[in-house]
Design a protein around this ligand. Structure first.
Ligand code: PMP
Length: 399
């Protein structure tokens, strides 16, 4: 039956973890995977999450199915966390369903677009973007196009061409925007630039689809990280939103997320939710419970909510420190290149500017693993390995 099945390409990011596992060199460093590590290089359970787990354990709860739309307390507080207190919430104009983390939220949102969006089903993603965006969009039946985002010469936003491309996209296109901590470039629009992006999108009657995988993780403040999203909503734009709780709660494998869309009325919300439930029911029937309970407990318990803010600062603070440390160590090594962009970028990743050959050498000669586009996960750096990594980067970028 299956003799014609060709071998698929392995995912570029997951493939790197595999190569890292097979490497037995003692000082090897994994900067490929986008997961937070503490200063000893170990996964970190947030103290707020640990306390929520205790509360849940002591409550002796059962394991009954959730409804397809998910845990209600989670849906409510997750939407509040993203949008802030706003008329759309009080008027029941946010249709939401719990999703299988950020990926599942994107998948559900794009399936919804494919089934109900009354215009052409074209989605524009930034160039470059998280590699899975294109897979998800294509598998959801959407046509994928790109808009300019990054200028390798300035190592900053290619803002002029970004606006031009969005302006030239056919009216009513879907525009995917990273809400904060753009992956892989670490470059976010400024507040003024958000306003300009908003103006073009509105003038061209496009629909913005926000992907918010790092709320609170970028600046340490969830409200600041939601600036772009909330600006669009305040200006009365309908938006779609994919939220992930993988990074900001450290709940990677629990697969906790929320898909939501702003509607025109409470009645429209009910209809949209009913259709999202039909889509979810056929894909996975109902979402997981444990992580939803954890997020909901943290966000709804004042003491844990406070602790969570501290946890966000612990993670984002350590990442900022490591950015600065890496740049300093590179200077100490006598590197003639300017690495300041690494310290200025935001979020978990740095887009180093290393080309594929240099990235390849870093892995094969120095046992430092990263994606071939030169993206490194700053979370993989710590006070014990940052000097070694700086030495390795310097050695592959001499000449
Ligand atoms: N969007 C972006 C930009 C991401 O970087 C990620 C995680 N790497 C996701 C979405 C989704 O991750 P998850 O499905 O684990 O929530």
């Amino acid at each position: 039956f299956w003799t014609n099945v060709p071998k698929g390409l392995s995912d570029p990011i997951l493939g790197i973890s595999e190569a890292f596992r097979k490497d037995h060199y003692q000082r090897k460093v994994n900067l490929g995977i986008g997961a937070y590590r503490d200063d000893d290089g170990n996964p970190w359970t947030l103290p707020s999450v640990a306390k929520a787990k205790e509360i849940i354990l002591n409550s002796n709860l059962d394991h009954e199915y959730l409804p397809t739309e998910g845990l209600n307390t989670f849906r409510k507080t997750a939407a509040l966390l993203a949008y802030g207190q706003c008329p759309e919430i009080s008027e029941n104009r946010i249709a939401s369903v719990q999703s299988l983390s950020g990926t599942g939220a994107l998948r559900l949102g794009m399936a919804f677009i494919n089934r109900f969006y009354p215009h052409h089903k074209v989605i524009y993603v930034p160039k470059p973007t998280w590699t899975n965006h294109k897979n998800i969009a294509r598998d959801s039946g959407l046509e994928v196009r790109e808009y300019s985002y990054y200028d390798p010469d300035t190592k900053g936003l290619d803002f002029y061409n970004l606006l031009r491309d969005i302006n030239e996209a056919p009216r009513n296109s879907i525009i995917l925007l990273h809400a904060c901590a753009h992956n892989p470039t670490g470059q976010d629009p400024t507040q003024e630039q958000w306003a300009e992006i908003h103006d073009v999108i509105t003038r061209r009657q496009h629909l913005a689809f926000f992907d918010m995988a790092y709320q609170g993780f970028a600046s340490g403040n969830p409200d600041d990280d939601a600036y772009g999203l909330r600006y669009f909503v305040k200006e009365q734009n309908s938006v779609l939103l994919a939220q992930s709780f993988a990074k900001n709660f450290g709940l990677y494998a629990e697969r906790i997320g929320l898909f939501s869309v702003i509607t025109d009325s409470s009645a429209e919300t009910d209809r949209a939710v009913s259709q999202l439930k039909i889509l979810g029911r056929a894909m996975y029937s109902n979402p997981p419970l444990y992580g939803a309970r954890i997020v909901s407990t943290v966000l709804n318990t004042p003491e844990l909510y406070k602790q969570w803010h501290k946890d966000l600062l612990t993670m984002s603070g350590r990442i900022k420190d490591m950015r600065v440390a890496l740049v300093e160590k590179l200077k100490e090594k006598g590197s003639r290149h300017n690495w300041n962009h690494i310290a200025n970028q935001i979020g978990m990743f740095a887009y180093t500017g290393l080309n594929p050959d240099q990235s390849h050498n870093l892995m094969t000669k120095n046992h430092v693993y990263l994606t071939l586009d030169g993206r490194i996960s700053i979370a993989g750096l710590n006070t014990k390995n940052v000097e070694y990594v700086a030495e390795a980067i310097d050695s592959v970028t001499r000449n």
